[in-house]
Design a binder for this molecule. Structure first.
Ligand code: DHB
Ligand code: FE
Length: 250
């Protein structure tokens, strides 16, 4: 059964590739190297990383045109479903190392009305740039991953630690490709958020820190200055106010 959308996209995709082959007179050797590269990425479990790093930002941008909500960001390869529900917004355990951060604000619709009962699902690297489950085994390690609801007045408060910049895995094919392109593997420090509520479009975003040296050269080309915030000094902790704006579902 023919699917017109698939047919259209695949025709255009191969037209672009065929054009590129012609333009650069791609050799048979180069062709074989390309196939071997894709194969290696798959064998090393890097398919998701490779596509996320090279393409996901563009997918997000293409789908954010005319958005009135909080700017959207890539999901990235480190989201896990079923993160624990956290009590009192405590994402970081007392023994977690790093500078304390209070991230708080209000969840609103595009007209500014508060949205209570939104699910806020946060995940982040630790103060050494390590993700639970991926950099910190075992596979079930839910460190610095947690879900909460926005309150009556749409407000939320997350108690956590400031994450560190992070290199995407660069010892395999994805890293080799970045290097060949003259790109480094660093992502600026960031927190991830997936915010959902019935009747609204799910929002996937990230929060960055002003002054981070990698904002302008993010390995996955996702970071943007309008999502970079000052870490306000509150003595024993830092603070960021972050408003979450959800668009109506269509
Ligand atoms: C990617 C995204 C992340 O948030 C991250 O921490 C690592 C990699 C990515 O898009 O490849
Ligand atoms: Fe990340």
């Amino acid at each position: 059964m023919s699917n017109p959308r698939v047919a259209r996209l695949m025709e255009d995709l191969f037209q672009a590739i065929n054009g590129l082959v012609e333009k650069h007179q791609v050799t048979h050797e180069e062709y074989r190297a390309a196939v071997a590269f894709v194969n290696e990425a798959a064998e090393k479990g890097e398919t998701m990383l490779l596509f996320d790093a090279m393409l996901e930002s563009d997918i997000v941008a293409a789908n954010s045109v005319e958005s009135r909500g909080t700017p959207r960001q890539v999901l990235g390869p480190y989201y896990l479903e079923d993160a624990p529900w956290i009590e009192d917004g405590q994402l970081a355990k007392p023994e977690e190392e790093g500078e304390r951060l209070l991230l708080s604000g209000t969840v609103r619709d595009v007209d500014g009305s508060p949205i209570s009962g939104a699910v806020l699902d946060f995940w982040q690297a630790d103060a050494k740039g390590r993700y639970g489950a991926f950099d910190l085994p075992p596979r079930t390690n839910m460190n610095l991953r947690g879900r909460m609801h926005s309150g009556e007045d749409g407000r939320y408060a997350l108690h956590t630690v400031v994450p560190a910049p992070y290199t995407i895995p660069h010892k395999g094919p994805t890293g080799r490709l970045l290097e060949a392109l003259g790109r480094h593997p660093w992502r600026p420090a960031h927190l991830h958020l997936l915010a959902t509520h019935d009747g609204y479009k799910p929002l996937i975003t990230q929060i960055y820190f002003k002054g981070d040296q990698y904002i302008e050269s993010d390995a996955v080309r996702a970071a943007r200055n309008d999502l970079a915030f000052d870490l306000q000094d509150e003595g024993d902790h830092k603070r960021i106010d972050f408003e979450v704006v959800l668009e109506d579902a269509v």
